[in-house]
Design a protein. Structure first.
Length: 202
């Protein structure tokens, strides 16, 4: 293929992305299959149309600020994250700096949310903590300043402390509404610590 044709194709793809927003990356991967790979012993990730999907069973691998998750090339394009049933742990730094996420679905059998897993997901406005979650790191949602609605469905985490609550200072200047699921009769201590405009309801 000539250099002129390559340049023309690259320009066309760039224009298509600008016009349509999230193109399906799998259309351009050269193999006609979804982009993806492993992210745990029995977990797999796929990326298509700005949606990242985690499927399989068991715990996700842990990552770090220097060892990014394998989908890091798409951080600035991901707008939706779907974590499927069977995934028990969200790994550390899994979705760190995915600043354009607006939709997040977590499975009802999720148990653990790791350190900095959703750090700086600033476009996320709604968050649901599923009923089986028993461990949330204090940094899991640090920097998630856009969250204005928190659905708290678990009674397994127990009380928090001032320096360990994962929900401190969440939300915008308008405050945050926390919806406690039916069947949870006691609000954990310091659940809304630092959130001066937080509102509890059920």
């Amino acid at each position: 293929m000539s250099r002129a044709r390559i340049l023309l194709l690259a320009t066309a793809l760039a224009i298509a992305f600008l016009v349509f927003g999230c193109s399906t990356y799998s259309e351009f991967d050269g193999a006609g299959t979804d982009i993806g790979g492993e992210c745990g012993d029995d977990l797999r990730w796929t990326y298509s149309d700005c949606m990242l999907t985690i499927s399989g069973t068991g715990a996700m691998a842990n990552y770090s600020s220097s060892n990014k998750a394998p989908w890091n090339s798409y951080y600035e394009s991901i707008t939706s994250i779907i974590v499927g049933s069977g995934v028990t742990t969200i790994g550390s730094y899994a979705f760190d700096d995915c600043t354009k996420i607006t939709t997040l679905e977590l499975p009802s059998d999720l148990k653990t949310i790791g350190a900095y897993s959703f750090n700086n997901c600033t476009s996320l406005t709604e968050l649901t903590i599923p009923p089986a979650v028993s461990s949330i790191d204090k940094t899991s949602f640090s920097g998630c300043t856009g969250i204005t609605s928190l659905r708290y469905q678990t009674g397994l985490c127990g009380d928090f402390k001032q320096d360990t609550t994962p929900f401190s200072f969440l939300g915008s200047s308008e405050g945050m509404t926390v919806i406690i699921a039916n069947g949870i009769y006691r609000v954990p201590a310091y659940l809304l610590y630092g959130n001066t405009k937080g509102l509890l309801t059920n």
